[in-house]
Design a protein around this ligand. Sequence first.
Ligand code: ATP
Length: 285
Amino acid sequence: MKIEVRKVTKRYHLDEALKNVSFTLKGPKIYGLLGRNGAGKSTFMDILAGNILATSGEVLIDGENPFDNQTLSSLVCLIKEGNNFKRELKIKEVIRIYAFFYPEWDQQLAEQLLHEYNLKPQAKIKTLSKGMESALGIIVGLASKAPITIFDEPYIGLDAAARKNFYKQMLEEFENEKRMIIFSTHLIDEVSLMFEEVLILQEGRLVLQESAEVLREQTCAVTGKVEDVEAFIKGKEVIEKKQLAGMMTAYLFGSMQEAEEQGLKVEGIPTQELMIHLTEKKRGA
Ligand SMILES: Nc1ncnc2c1ncn2[C@@H]1O[C@H](COP(=O)(O)OP(=O)(O)OP(=O)(O)O)[C@@H](O)[C@H]1O
């Protein structure tokens, strides 16, 4: 499936949650949608799921507007960080509703995951802990088999071991049957290896869209004497530089090998740190 985002702005009264954002996503792929609080991630996901309209510009899924579009709504499954289900419903009723709604629903997978997460079909949503409710969201998202599955921080209340289990299940599902998964998270380093492409939003603007491979392999942190680092980074795309006691560290797009040949100390940059530097750079620009 193809998602085209064209000059999208979303305004809430005086607040601009998205500012003239344009990009294209093509599935099947696992996309990481990153950004700090209030960057506009949830707003974008809500527009994509057809829950709200952009103030201007358009989002198209295979050429169609998702707002109030019944055909598309059965192809897109959005799981948010909470309040996905009516509190009075039982788990088995939630499962029945989603099974009815999503044509590719995988009942066997849903039952297997309910068992793994130890969720009782008779239990009412309002009796579940935060972690159990998140687990149900994860189960529904995975079992929906929706060609566009969107997870917006879906793991609130799950501990590190349960989150790891979820990432494993998600990857297995993706390998079994490829689809487009858009995943928004704060816990970037936990999941960064899963992403094939990363988008970073900052204050409503898209500051980066890049394949994760390029980010991992073609960015590095170079440290050495100020004059050596300055000479090395001349003409290169520098993300950030820091100076202390005659030494400099520069974060840049460039090959590690080239820096090593110059006798500089070179390290990879964890995605989390890269995101912080990229968003700070744009803020200062
Ligand atoms: N319903 C709303 N009414 C008014 N303002 C809103 C609404 N939803 C979002 N906003 C504002 O739009 C901006 C973007 O919010 P959004 O929730 O999309 O960001 P986010 O990147 O998902 O953040 P977080 O990670 O904290 O959920 C914020 O300034 C937020 O206050």
